[in-house]
Design a protein around this ligand. Sequence first.
Ligand code: ADP
Ligand code: MG
Length: 371
Amino acid sequence: MTSIKVENLSKIFKKGKTEVKAVDNISIRVNDGIAFGILGPSGHGKTTFLRLIAGLEEPSNGYIYFDDEIVSEPHRVVVDPDKRGIAMVFQNWALYPNMTVFDNIAFPLKMAKMPKNKIENKVKEVAEELGLASVLNRYPKELSGGQMQRTAIARALVKDPKVLLLDEPFSNLDAQIRESARALVSKIQKERKLTTLIVSHDPADIFAIANQAGVIIHGKFVQIGAPVEIYDKPYNTLIARLTGDINLIRAKIIENNAIISNLKIPLKNIELKDQTEVLVGLRPDDMVLSDSNLDRYVNVGKVKIKLVSYGAGIFKIIVSPIDDENIDIIVDSEEPLEVGTYTHLLVKINKIKIFDINGDSVFAKKSEIIK
Ligand code: ADP
Ligand code: MG
């Protein structure tokens, strides 16, 4: 199969007199068979990066290698997209509306002039893999969103690509089926050991599929690691917010505790560099509301229940420290709690994130936060 190496890759677009550095000097290696997730806000270079890998854009600078072969160099696509062994799935799926599912999937093979009987076998095989066997004679407008998306993926996989490039492939799916679509792509990626790059602004897509991930901001990777590492130890508050819900609360440091009104969060084993104020990052799923203590959690103090809402199988509870009702903290809970009542906030001790006032993690790279 194929590994991808990118060296000092940049892409500058000229818009009149202004220049946009869509991809800014990226160097990265994606090993053979890995699913690499690229997370980042809209307009920060994700699609451009993928199009460079596909050979649909020339680099302004830098090199791209598939294994040891140069496929792109400055101002030149050395190996054309159709010779790279890649397949791409875009957000809008781009199915041919006047062709059946069968013909949509068969299209790349017809282009490659594969014999008819071989095409038929291959299409049936892929249709089976993606659960499309019963809809091969339908037209795109007769399909559900999930079936359309699976048709786009089937068309991408039918030529047995060595590299799969997915650009926001789930964004147009209804929330209920996004989960199963992710699971299916993840299964296929693993079974085929397919080197995969998946781009999304939705961390759930990345977490469901990627073994490794990078956060791209202003055309640069600002953090690369295992998805769970980025989620648990974001380098800054921007990455923390991009990767999931998080409460970011100003706290005073007093004797190695972060103090938020009456709440006291112990920061043991943390080297504070004379900080007197920090931002404490607490993810809603790293906290529990309870009057009894729990292993691996620290009871940080008494809170008041202000609001309760239900969504996606979980209650979102907004609490405030009893001494300051202006501070809101969102906590996930499996049970509803009664508004106006009091309880205690328990925080998972090794998940507390501390950022300096500028939003940079002082601690993520250096020391674990251990009780
Ligand atoms: P993302 O996929 O992260 O939303 P893009 O890679 O599409 O971001 O875009 C990154 C930046 O490059 C944006 O500022 C966008 O406007 C600009 N850009 C992308 N493609 C072109 C193009 N063909 N011409 C000019 N500017 C472009
Ligand atoms: Mg994009």
